[in-house]
Design a protein around this ligand. Structure first.
Ligand code: NIG
Ligand code: FE
Length: 407
């Protein structure tokens, strides 16, 4: 028996496709979990087996949070308090706190504890209409503890109605076991950890923190070569605290994304644009670190680079699990337009995960993940702060019973 054709009618569609079309009296049809047709309701092609009247509501693609570290244990509220007193993120990191403080907490946590601590953060994102989320490792920094984090990420993806993409970020900082031996640490990841974790199906992409307090461009290049040999895409935490040249190298290598970019400039903007590497902006980290320098949005725009926005959910620089808040911050703090913010959590975020064409737009052939919103105008997304206008989440053409209200 063929799958039923579902019609979702009487909607205002923000398609987030390449043309960023808005269809005021729109409809879409779905079959077998995919979108089959999108357009003006008046042009509907076929009679449906099942009809959902969306009562004129706004509909967007399911939101995509393309950069999170949401699997972690404990908090670093003490460090936030220290930063409020004037200590810098780098000073805290160099003194053995920062990422290493969370590494100690994650190593001490069981897989179950890690799952239980992380689940509410994922639930908060889902409640805002996130249907795809990237989750990085990077607080284990031993083979066993990185595997533990990635298993928890996969487990979250089975336990919740969300698509999880995992990223190996073992190159987040040099662990105590490899103190002053960063090259050897990168070699261990490249030669042993990555192939093993990849063979276990735990890795969708590889990331590195390229910064003075972390790893060099040469070390990133070595890691990227290992990823490429396994057919894995790469991304980079780049130019957050200084300019090391990581973005130029990553773009040359065809990285999916470079993330943060506060210290990037014109040359980086041009390189990202011509490589098709997405510039992922993380305004919550900028806000919580009291950042003084902004990513080069005007140059990125002038070069037609693709801009994405993510929550960066992590215990150090971005203790939050709200993509809508990140959109608000990207508009107010970085000057993005409402439309750039919307593309940044849909189509461009999909591209940052290598999912372009599959997710992030209301277009024929895409997975039928979409959100029905309680909005009078689409600009209200990224306008509200601490208020969630989500009405209904549809995943693979099924109305989710959770997090939707029980009718
Ligand atoms: O994206 N910059 C490196 N990684 C995280 C922070 C991690 C942490 O402080 O725990 C980030 O901001
Ligand atoms: Fe990050």
């Amino acid at each position: 028996m063929s799958e039923p054709l579902k019609l979702w009618r009487n909607a205002q569609l923000a398609t987030c496709d390449a043309a960023a079309r808005v269809i005021a009296r729109g409809a879409l049809t779905t079959r077998a979990g995919r979108i089959e047709w999108v357009g003006e309701e008046a042009a509907l092609p076929a009679a449906a087996d099942e009809v959902h009247d969306l009562a004129g509501a706004w509909v967007t693609p399911g939101l995509i949070d393309c950069h999170t570290h949401l699997v972690f244990a404990g908090t670093r509220a003490n460090e936030y308090a220290e930063r409020l007193r004037g200590r810098s993120y780098e000073e805290i990191a160099r003194a053995g706190g920062g990422i290493l403080a969370t590494v100690r907490a994650v190593r001490a946590a069981s897989e179950e504890q890690l799952f239980d601590e992380s689940a509410p953060r994922l639930a908060a994102l889902l409640a805002e209409g996130v249907t795809t989320v990237e989750i990085k490792s990077g607080y284990g920094l031993t083979l066993a503890d990185e595997a533990k984090m990635l298993r928890v990420a996969r487990h979250l993806g089975r336990a919740f109605p969300v698509t999880v993409r995992t990223t190996l970020l073992a190159a987040h900082t040099v662990p105590p076991e490899y103190r002053d031996r960063a090259d050897e640490y990168i070699e261990a990841i490249a030669r042993e950890w990555l192939p093993q974790l990849c063979a276990q199906g735990l890795v969708d992409a590889v990331d590195i923190f390229c910064e003075n307090i972390a790893f060099s461009v040469a070390q990133a290049e070595r890691l990227f070569a290992a990823a490429r040999a396994l057919g894995l895409p790469v991304k980079m935490h780049a130019e957050q605290l200084g300019n090391l040249g990581g973005t130029l190298m990553a773009a040359r290598q065809g990285a999916l994304s470079c993330d943060h970019l506060e210290y990037a400039g014109e040359a980086e903007a041009a390189a990202l644009a011509s490589a098709g590497t997405v510039a992922v902006l993380l305004p919550v980290a900028f806000y919580c670190l009291g950042g003084e320098r902004q990513p080069p949005v005007a140059a990125l725009r002038a070069h037609h680079a693709m801009l994405a926005i993510a929550s960066d959910c992590n215990p150090g620089s971005a203790p939050g699990a709200s993509l809508l808040t990140a959109m608000s911050m990207a508009t107010r703090l970085f000057g993005l337009t409402a439309d750039e913010a919307l593309q940044g959590v849909t189509r461009h975020a999909a591209r940052a995960l290598g999912l372009e064409g599959e997710r992030g737009a209301l277009a024929a052939g895409q997975v039928a993940d979409f959100v029905v919103w309680n909005l009078r105008s689409i600009e209200e997304l990224g306008y509200w702060i601490g208020f969630n206008p989500r009405r209904t989440v549809v995943r693979a053409a099924e109305v989710l019973r959770w997090p939707n209200p029980i009718l």
